[in-house]
Ligand binder design. Structure first.
Ligand code: SF4
Length: 80
């Protein structure tokens, strides 16, 4: 059985709240513009952003989401 890949926010403390990851996740996963239905949510304020990832939704474009983050906040891990 193949292992499931997971997007993880390993460096959440570096987040600047630009929301590019939210937009990219909506676009690549659901072909939608905007952040309303994004599987990623950015909460908080400058100096203390929280990155929430909905693990109930399988992401197929993890590499593209990782690549778009200007702060390199994300990694991919293999679920054990
Ligand atoms: S793309 Fe990176 S820096 Fe921008 S909101 Fe997402 S995690 Fe934060």
């Amino acid at each position: 059985m193949s292992k499931k890949k997971l997007l993880v926010a390993s460096r959440e403390q570096k987040c600047i709240g630009c929301k590019l990851c939210m937009l990219a996740a909506s676009r690549y996963e659901y072909r939608k513009l905007g952040v309303k239905d994004s599987p990623i949510r950015i909460k908080g304020r400058p100096g203390g952003y929280k990155i929430q990832i909905d693990y109930g939704k399988k992401l197929k474009n993890i590499d593209k989401i990782i690549a778009i983050c200007p702060q390199d906040c994300f990694d991919v891990i293999n679920e054990t």
